[in-house]
Design a protein around this ligand. Structure first.
Ligand SMILES: Nc1nc2c(ncn2[C@@H]2O[C@H](COP(=O)(O)OP(=O)(O)OP(=O)(O)O)[C@@H](O)[C@H]2O)c(=O)[nH]1
Length: 288
């Protein structure tokens, strides 16, 4: 799905999410494990107010496992529960219900004390485009989609998915947009495939990617592009990669646009391995 950057769309999405939120006990915030903060929606906290939130670091298979651990720790220090999942292969999904139950423990006990019969937890998934919402819903749904029109407090016609006996999930996710305040966030969103290429300059994205690799994964950069040493200048690096990959214009000069595309594709296709682009130490003014 293409992101459309119109205030009208954003306001509508916000309204829809706010409306659906009334029906659930907890929000499953789906983020990309490679960019747990850049793929989060800045309005979410404000919209969900006092609702409980479980952060799901999806696509964990594509993220650096060491940094995924650090991110879980980082969120925990901020009093947020986060778990790593891979919706495509269904990994980690069995922890979702347990984590939700833990987060809602107090409410559940309060109800029990009042003599209210326990019921399944109601949840909805919220996330930015392409983060894997449908994949997760389909994984959890299997064949358990149930139409509930007559459950008290549940909007008529809304589809709920029964996940075991303890969880009911709204079948339509809430889509919210990523923040786009920092240039870096845009590059990271582009590199993980969350936004359309045409929104950004490919060479800028590739420069960001190469600089990032040079700083955080120099050995992988060298291995992928057969470099003995990483040149200081970005033009030299482009020249080397362009020649190696045959990204040339007639006359034999390096085609920088094609080279940029090759680097971006390599990152997306995991040719440089599983990597994490957001680092807790980079998060200064963004409160997750
Ligand atoms: N490697 C990997 N890919 C995943 C995972 N989850 C989803 N994907 C892929 O990510 C892409 C987007 O997934 P969707 O489920 O369509 O994402 P969405 O959030 O519903 O997207 P919108 O409909 O645009 O809002 C698809 O190609 C999925 O196969 C995962 O855990 N690991």
């Amino acid at each position: 799905m293409a992101i459309q950057w119109f205030p009208g769309h954003m306001a509508k999405a916000r309204r829809e999410v706010t409306e659906k939120l009334k029906m659930v006990d907890i929000v499953f915030e789906l983020v990309d494990a490679r960019i747990p903060v850049s793929s989060a929606n800045p309005m979410l906290q404000e919209i969900i107010r006092h609702k409980k939130r479980l952060i799901l670091l999806n696509k964990a298979d594509m993220a650096d496992p060491e940094w995924t651990k650090q991110w879980i720790q980082f969120f925990s220090e901020k009093n947020h529960k986060a778990i790593a999942i891979n919706s495509q292969e269904g990994k980690g999904l069995n922890h979702i219900v347990k984590s939700a139950q833990e987060l809602l423990q107090e409410e559940r006990e309060r109800r029990k004390a009042k003599g209210i019969k326990p019921r399944a937890i109601r949840a909805m998934i919220i996330g930015i485009p392409n983060v894997g919402k449908s994949t997760l819903i389909n994984r959890l749904a299997k064949k358990n989609i149930a139409k509930t029109g007559n459950t008290p407090g549940v909007t008529r016609g809304q589809q709920w998915i029964k996940v075991g006996k303890d969880l009911e999930l709204l079948d339509t996710p809430g889509i919210l947009w990523p923040k786009f305040e920092h240039e870096e966030t845009g590059y990271k969103l582009a590199l993980t495939g969350a936004i359309k290429d045409s929104l950004l300059n490919m060479q800028d994205i590739a420069v960001f990617a190469l600089r990032f690799l040079q700083k955080h994964y120099p050995e992988r950069l060298k291995r992928r592009y057969r470099l003995d040493a990483i040149p200081d200048g970005i033009v030299e690096l482009f020249d080397h990669i362009g020649k190696m990959r045959g990204c040339l214009i007639s006359g034999g000069e390096v085609d920088y646009e094609k080279t940029a595309e090759a680097v971006i594709m390599d990152m997306r296709m995991q040719k440089l391995g599983a990597l994490t682009l957001d680092r807790p130490e980079d998060i200064i003014d963004q409160d997750p």
